[in-house]
Design a protein around this ligand. Structure first.
Ligand SMILES: Nc1ncnc2c1ncn2[C@@H]1O[C@H](COP(=O)(O)OP(=O)(O)OP(=O)(O)O)[C@@H](O)[C@H]1O
Ligand SMILES: [Mg+2]
Length: 380
């Protein structure tokens, strides 16, 4: 065989193996074989350029710390970068061909719904992905569409692990809540020591003066003043109780909630039913105070907005979780469209700081049911 044809053959073999560095020699005669050789050399240059840019993008694809997935329009993974494989604990290449919905685990329809309405790029602040070992990673996702040169549609989905961000947020929320509670405690103590105690002293003084008074008019005036002062003291005690119920520390969560409810029993004639599936253990103070505040908010809402005449509170404890359900027979509200107040927002923050969940089921005319679940890690 012509030495030059052999050379062409050798280069083509090299190209098929991914080596595009060598070229075929082209002689000055420029005959037909030289023309073919030039074509082969051009092919080599072209393949080298394509390989360099493909490697360049593959390197970028694999070196980003976010998980990156390429999906077909049906939501099947056609490519996933190294971070996705590593963070989700899959063997190399084994994510390919999987429906992205499988990674959400809890809610199969989550990604399906996003992909269905994907006209604009979509960002979700918080969702979850499941690893191959069943662990849950909280993530923020970005989803957008693109098409290749052949006009095939693809979806680019990036997921950022936000575990540390959530931890930091929870620490900040916790610090704010703890400072708030300490301040309330200080205020309650100050009010009690500097105002209620002296007022009680004055009341005693007025009572004994009324007892000693000779004139019946003066006696009656002193009794009226004593009664007014008594009303003021009761009101001040109520304020102190709302700021920091002493029953909470002394007798625990359920008793403190019972004491809070009994106040409404007299004023509003609301019926309360409080039940528990077993004796509750002593929860850490931050769980106690948070659940107490949350129940305060729910009860206030049920009475103020729902005008409920009956409220049922259930504590369900099973060593790993504490579930508290409050249901009222009030007016109910549209949970999709309602005026968002500070109350439920604070409840969400408190629940979030314990990695718990809040669920509200309500519809107009049918009452409201709030469910809180808090994972516990208490040594009993
Ligand atoms: N149990 C309930 N029954 C009827 N409506 C409710 C109930 N709970 C909440 N809502 C509705 O949800 C809204 C938001 O409640 P949220 O506690 O966040 O704010 P708020 O009570 O209006 O104000 P704040 O709690 O800050 O004093 C209420 O204004 C009310 O319309
Ligand atoms: Mg409220």
């Amino acid at each position: 065989m012509d030495k030059r044809i052999k050379n062409i053959n050798l280069r083509l073999t090299e190209y098929s193996l991914g080596n595009f560095n060598n070229r075929v020699k082209v002689s000055p005669e420029l005959d037909e074989v030289d023309a073919i050789s030039s074509g082969i050399n051009m092919l080599g240059e072209e393949l080298k350029a394509i390989t360099i840019s493909r490697n360049y993008f593959t390197n970028i694809f694999n070196s980003v710390s976010d998980m990156v997935f390429v999906l077909n329009p049906k939501g099947i993974i056609t490519d996933a970068n190294k971070s996705a494989q590593e963070q989700l604990k899959y063997e190399s290449g084994s994510l390919i061909g999987k429906p992205i919905s499988d990674l959400h685990g809890r809610d199969q329809s989550y990604f399906k719904n996003i992909l269905k309405q994907l006209k604009e790029p979509f960002t979700d602040n918080e969702t979850i992905l499941h690893t191959n070992k069943g662990e849950i990673i909280p993530v923020r996702i970005n989803v957008s569409q693109f098409s290749d040169q052949m006009k095939n549609q693809f979806i680019l989905l990036t997921a950022t692990d936000i575990t540390f961000q959530i931890k930091a947020e929870n620490m900040i929320i916790r610090a704010i809540i703890d400072t708030q509670e300490k301040e309330r405690q200080r205020l309650a103590k100050d009010l009690h020591d500097s105002i209620i105690q002296p007022l009680s002293g004055i009341k005693l003084h007025i009572s004994s003066s009324a007892f000693l008074a000779k004139s019946s008019r003066l006696k009656s005036n002193l009794v009226t003043s004593g009664d007014a002062l008594n009303g003021l003291i009761i009101e001040m005690r109520n304020i102190c109780f709302n700021l920091m119920p002493n029953t909470l520390e002394e007798f625990g969560l359920v008793k403190a909630i019972q004491a809070f409810c009994s106040r409404f029993l007299f004023v509003k004639k609301t019926k309360f039913k409080i039940e528990q599936n077993c004796k509750l253990p002593d929860f850490p103070p931050e769980i106690n105070i948070d659940l107490y505040r949350i129940m305060q908010e729910f009860i206030n809402n049920s009475i103020k907005h729902g005008e409920a005449s009956s409220i049922r509170i259930s504590f369900i404890y099973d060593k790993k979780n504490l579930k508290v359900i409050l249901s009222d027979n009030g007016k109910g509200f549209d949970t999709k469209e309602y005026r968002k107040g500070m109350g439920l927002q604070n409840v969400k923050s408190r629940v979030k700081s314990h990695k718990g969940t809040l669920n509200i089921v309500s519809s107009i005319g049918k009452g409201t049911r709030y469910t809180i679940a808090i994972p516990l890690n208490i040594q009993i």
